[in-house]
Design a protein around this ligand. Structure first.
Ligand code: ATP
Ligand code: MG
Length: 342
């Protein structure tokens, strides 16, 4: 059963083509785990977020409480918003699976790359103004503004936040579920830590060299300013490197992490699912299972369902397929039931 495989993991990526049901499956997997007592964080990395829509709550770049089993007065244990930024003792206990009986919960966050880019640029601007002579400030500001829209800036910002959220998520939650952007984009993201680590390495090697020059210069009686600055930069880069290394290790460890591929049983999405599975394999990311979502109800649309089953029969990815029929509202609870029933 998919839920059992998910229960054994700390990190789950939910991916698939646009509109197939990624957010619904990510949320219902989170809910199903929370009902078992797990503390779960759902992270939306798709710039076109709809996590908040689904839960009928305002979710943003700060962690927001979506559901809690212990909340009194709500038959389904639901809370109405509230920031969960600062972990309390009970939440901190979530990182320790032996901490005794705990009430399950679901928190959510929608990663906002624009905010990350803004914060980053503001910090860099501050540093530049401190380090550069005044006459160069304007040119530096213009340079930074052009970086805001440069290709790759937003992707790097998303990746930075994914790595950051993964780090804190692994610390504070039993399970982190990533509700990702449509497939191509997600794989690109998963492939990037390697490239980012490579990039950080290059910078570090250069820094090592300049630090050596600076030390030599200092020994000759020069100012130590440059080497202090370089040491500071080096610390920042090392922290980044450690964070990306942690992310790469977590993502490619099949014991901890798995990918859930959501699809609908139509020729195009099925063909694309095969490609995605091959790419996951190449990246070393484990495919936990496939969810065939929005299947026609066998009793009402039997001919259509037969065609869909034929499509699914041709999809042999070596991972179990969970079948979910088209359901009405309230979608979340029933999806969670369907997943729990395998
Ligand atoms: N099994 C289902 N039965 C009926 N409706 C469903 C089912 N699964 C998802 N839906 C509906 O389909 C729509 C798309 O689902 P969802 O938002 O989860 O897809 P998505 O893959 O996250 O989309 P996007 O790529 O735009 O992020 C939503 O309106 C959702 O309520
Ligand atoms: Mg979605």
């Amino acid at each position: 059963m998919l839920l059992n495989d998910v229960s054994a993991r700390r990190v789950v990526f939910v991916g698939g083509k646009g509109g197939v049901g990624k957010t619904s499956i990510a949320s219902s997997l989170a809910l199903a785990r929370a009902r078992q007592g797990a503390r779960v964080l759902v992270v939306s990395t798709d710039p076109a977020h709809n996590l908040g829509h689904l839960w009928e709550l305002a979710v943003g770049d700060d962690v927001t409480a979506l559901w809690s089993a212990s909340e009194a007065g709500h038959p389904d244990g639901r809370t109405r918003g509230g920031s969960a930024d600062e972990p309390d003792d009970a939440r901190a206990a979530g990182s320790n699976p032996d901490a005794g009986p705990r009430a399950g919960l679901v928190d959510g966050v929608e990663i906002d790359p624009a905010r990350t880019v803004d914060e980053h640029l503001r910090a860099v601007r501050g540093t530049m103004q401190r380090l550069l002579p005044e006459r160069l400030h304007r040119a530096a500001r213009e340079h930074l503004e052009s970086a805001r829209d440069a290709p790759g800036t937003h992707e790097s910002a998303v990746l930075e936040r994914v790595a950051e959220t993964l780090e804190t998520g692994l610390d504070r939650y039993d399970l982190v579920v990533f509700d990702t952007a449509p497939s191509g984009h997600t794989l690109h993201l998963l492939a990037m830590p390697d490239r980012m680590t490579g990039w950080t390495e290059t910078l570090l090697t250069n820094r090592d060299r300049s630090e050596r020059y600076a030390v030599a210069y200092g020994a000759l009686g020069g100012t130590k300013d440059t080497s202090d600055r370089d040491a500071e930069l080096r610390r920042v880069l090392l922290k980044r490197r450690a964070r990306f290394a942690l992310m790469r290790d977590a993502i490619t460890d099949p014991e901890r992490t798995g990918f859930v591929l959501v699809t609908v049983a139509e020729p195009m999405p099925i063909a694309e699912s095969r490609d995605v599975a091959a790419q996951l394999d190449a990246l070393g990311v484990g495919l936990l299972g496939v969810v065939a979502n929005r299947l026609s109800p066998a009793d009402l649309l039997s001919a259509r369902r037969e065609r869909e089953d034929e499509q699914l029969a041709s999809l042999d990815l070596g991972a179990p397929i969970t079948r979910v029929e088209l359901i009405g509202l309230p979608a979340l609870r029933r999806l969670a039931d369907a997943l729990a029933a395998g």
